[in-house]
Design a protein around this ligand. Structure first.
Ligand code: CDP
Ligand code: CDP
Length: 212
């Protein structure tokens, strides 16, 4: 029997992680943050002194990368030598280079395989950029969560973080492999004037209706 896969895609700081986590809690599904997986590879490449734009060197590193993708309770984790990575993944340096790493086709195919593995065992709420278009193209549960650029920048600032969101969005939308785009059959949720609870209610209501 196949398990449901809920796909949440959208640009940076649109609220994907926040709402995906809450939707997963409501439904009792596992929350999978795929951005953390791209961030972890970026972090590791940087610790090795490799230029993220040097695709050949990044690809050479991939087969022996000492990262693993696990779970802590009902959410995904990324581990390095058995330690869960957290604050390492959201530094300015990682923000600045993650879109370059995420544009490499070999990086994407490696991670997409890991992402699909989670859903072979359990129901998931997965958030990212290509979940509805590439990872689970056949799922009936696709949501494209967005907000105006001003609102998204203000949300990051309110978190006390500096983030190159406009630049990442541009790179993520223009890459050749799995660009950030709304799947034709995804439901668009513009959260500019919505509270977190309203977004969660809207998406859970749609999922519940489709499951019935
Ligand atoms: O939290 P935020 O939306 O700012 O970013 P994230 O979800 O942590 O993703 C970080 C970066 O990883 C994105 O800017 C993309 O370059 C890349 N990414 C991707 O290419 N595909 C995904 N499914 C998830 C993230
Ligand atoms: O994962 P993504 O980068 O898309 O966004 P996030 O990290 O989940 O959300 C960015 C910030 O916006 C968080 O501080 C959320 O609490 C906030 N947010 C909000 O104010 N209103 C919403 N409807 C959704 C998120």
């Amino acid at each position: 029997m196949s398990h449901p896969a809920i796909a949440i895609d959208g640009p940076a700081a649109s609220g994907k992680s926040t709402v995906a986590k809450l939707i997963a809690e409501r439904l009792g599904y596992t929350f999978i943050n795929t951005g953390a997986m791209y961030r972890a590879i970026t972090w590791y490449v940087l610790t090795q002194g490799i230029d993220p734009a040097d695709t050949a060197s990044v690809n050479q590193l991939l087969p022996s990368i000492p990262l693993s993708f696990g779970k802590d309770g009902s959410r995904s984790t990324v581990l390095y030598n058995g330690q869960v990575l957290n604050t390492e993944l959201t530094t300015q340096e990682v923000n600045d280079h993650v879109s370059t790493i995420a544009a490499i086709p070999e990086v994407r195919s490696l991670l997409v395989e890991r992402q699909r593995e989670y859903n072979t065992r359990e129901a998931v709420v997965m958030e990212g950029r290509d979940i509805g278009t590439v990872v689970f193209p056949d799922t009936p549960f696709k949501y494209f969560v967005t907000a105006s650029e001003e609102v998204r920048a203000a949300r990051r600032a309110a978190e006390g973080l500096t983030d190159s969101i406009a630049e990442r969005d541009k790179k993520d939308s223009s890459r050749a492999t799995a660009p950030l785009t709304q799947a034709a059959d995804a439901k668009l949720v513009d959260t500019s004037d919505m509270t977190i609870e309203e977004v969660v209610d809207t998406i859970v209501a749609d999922i519940t209706q489709k499951l019935a």
